[in-house]
Write a protein that binds this ligand. Structure first.
Ligand SMILES: NC(=O)c1ccc[n+]([C@@H]2O[C@H](COP(=O)([O-])OP(=O)(O)OC[C@H]3O[C@@H](n4cnc5c(N)ncnc54)[C@H](O)[C@@H]3O)[C@@H](O)[C@H]2O)c1
Length: 288
């Protein structure tokens, strides 16, 4: 399955990988961002997603020089973490931008929407221990920052919009910490202190594997809202996952027999439903 897809946040860390992968796999991509992605020669238009009129024009294929009915949306644009700008500025950018994308997509009759939620809704930075490990999609969101609260609000909006339109498909991808290959050389520094990366249970997502998850979510035939944790199959650490839990969260119930470096951000649902399978690991030099 392919078609014409608008990708927001196209100049960002994840967006660059997603645009490249979707183009490679046959999607007709209209990329958009507030800033032009450096060196990108494909179809691109600058837009500010906090302006509903601009978003509506994008979704309706009403931008001069960029005509064509839009079949799907991948919405990645956001302030991507807490503390980059103030809490209210984070919320005031992210949540209205997402509302605008969701609402304009509905107005344009687009029923295939994939967007970036975040691992933060699982309770990061886990100053309060996770309810069990590996964490998954089965417990109620525990946002601990305004950024994360915004992601929870977006998931709830999507749930209600899907209730309003039974033919709509919306997939929220709860990405782990996005990494590019050039960052893998720095991973060795995490090993000395298990508490350094406990904030996301030592998880990460290779931007290329994140892009694979986006494509699989786009291709997935379904209706309604689904959310998926998207992480790599392993952790950022050399110590085993069982040792890490025993050291940092000895009281947390471990719900499965863990592989040596198995992710503690469960990707079982993404594997089962989307066929997602990470292809890259920082442990494999060929992935650097
Ligand atoms: N980076 C991570 O570790 C991480 C982890 C989990 C989830 N996410 C989510 O994944 C998505 C992509 O993150 P990223 O790491 O690529 O971030 P990034 O900052 O590299 O890219 C985000 C892009 O969104 C654009 N943008 C922001 N607000 C906009 C607006 N109002 N109008 C138009 N463009 C706007 C920015 O210009 C930027 O290019 C975000 O939704 C983020 O919340 C990121």
């Amino acid at each position: 399955m392919t078609g014409r897809v608008v990708v927001t946040g196209a100049a960002g860390k994840l967006g660059r990988a997603v645009v490249g992968h979707l183009v490679e796999t046959g999607w007709d991509v209209l990329a958009t961002d507030r800033v032009r992605p450096a060196g990108y020669a494909g179809e691109f238009v600058t837009a500010d997603l906090t302006d509903h009129g601009q978003v509506l024009e994008l979704m309706c294929g009403l931008v001069d020089e960029h005509p064509g009915r839009v079949d799907a949306v991948v919405h990645l644009a956001a302030v991507p973490a807490p503390g980059i700008v103030t809490n209210s500025a984070t919320f005031a950018n992210n949540v209205p931008a997402t509302w605008n994308v969701f609402n304009a997509a509905r107005a344009a009759g687009i029923r295939n929407v994939v967007w970036a939620s975040s691992e933060t809704v699982l309770g990061l930075p886990f100053d309060v221990a996770p309810p069990y490990a590996p964490v998954d999609e089965e417990y109620r969101a525990r946002p601990e920052s305004t950024y994360s609260l915004g992601k929870v609000v977006e998931e709830e909006m999507a749930y209600q919009l899907c209730r309003w339109d039974p033919e709509l498909k919306m997939i929220g991808l709860r990405f782990s910490n996005v990494m590019e290959p050039q960052e893998y050389a720095g991973f060795a520094a995490f090993d000395a202190d298990a508490s350094l990366r406990k904030w996301n249970l030592w998880g990460y997502i290779d931007a290329r594997d994140g892009a694979q998850a986006v494509r699989r979510a786009l291709e997935h035939r379904a209706t309604g809202l689904e959310v998926f944790v998207i992480a790599n199959a392993d952790t950022v650490m050399s110590r085993s996952s069982a040792e890490l839990l025993a050291e940092v969260y000895p009281e947390v119930e471990v719900r499965k027999e863990l592989g040596e470096h198995e992710t503690l951000l469960s990707i079982d649902k993404a594997r089962r439903v989307l066929g997602f399978e990470p292809e890259h690991s920082w442990r494999d030099r060929a992935s650097w």
